[in-house]
Design a protein around this ligand. Sequence first.
Ligand code: SD4
Length: 296
Amino acid sequence: MTTLLATWREPGPIALEAAWAARTRGLDLKSTIEAGLAACELDPTLIAIGLGSLPNADGELELDAAIMDGRDLSAGAVCSVRGIVPVISIAKKVMEETRHVMLSGEQARRFAISKGFRPQNLMTEENCRRYAEWLDTPEGTTDSYHHAIDGNNHGDTVTMLGLEDGPHTVAASSTSGLQWKLPGRVGDSPIVGAGIYADDEVGCAGATGLGEELWKACASFRTVEAMRRGLSPLEACRDTIRQMKRRQVHATDMPCVVLAMNTAGEVGAATTIGEFPLWISRDGTSELKIYTADEA
Ligand code: SD4
């Protein structure tokens, strides 16, 4: 059995479709998840992930991504990468082909080019238009958090968790971060322990939402460790979210979400505010589950 989780109403299905297609071609769990995240990055209609996503305050896209392998806790990450996609594939190369965990900015880009990635312009007509609009009326558009071209609420990060027989787990995430962020700002997504964590002894966890708060909470690591102490994934996620709400005054400024899966394939998620849609795919059959803040 292969269980894959993907965040948000969109881009979840795009990630799962590409991931399952990769899986049926025989790819291993890490490459399966890489394929899911890469498909989201390469889709210009997702205006908050990869190509065509919303830029920082200088009008430049800076992308973050990370992947972690629960078998031996190996991990790879990149942050503030400009002009190359998919950054999840660069992160995977950092994990597999260097002794390091994270490369940043211009040097991550140089590493990627040395590995055969091709630089490209990631700005599209749509994100240029939105950036110009924001420059004109910053106060009117700053709160349009994770809105897509069609006007619906979409996640601006794609986080995936995977489990296969073994048990073996992988966690990964890719994002352009918060729109209009200060140049150089890095969120939780590429940070091992904050945006993702995986340990085959226990399970895996991921985060999405307001990265500053999720990072301060070490949200993914905290949630995996709660499962290690015996909590179910749902209880572990609720435990992390309850602690964030108790200790962090900004934890409800925007949704802060954690999702988790244990090695038995049980799944849970929790959010500080609003609702969080999570796609769960078991051997290619997907269902959407909605978690609401009042349950936590
Ligand atoms: C960040 N956590 O850069 C990301 C944003 C996100 O849904 O997950 N949005 O802070």
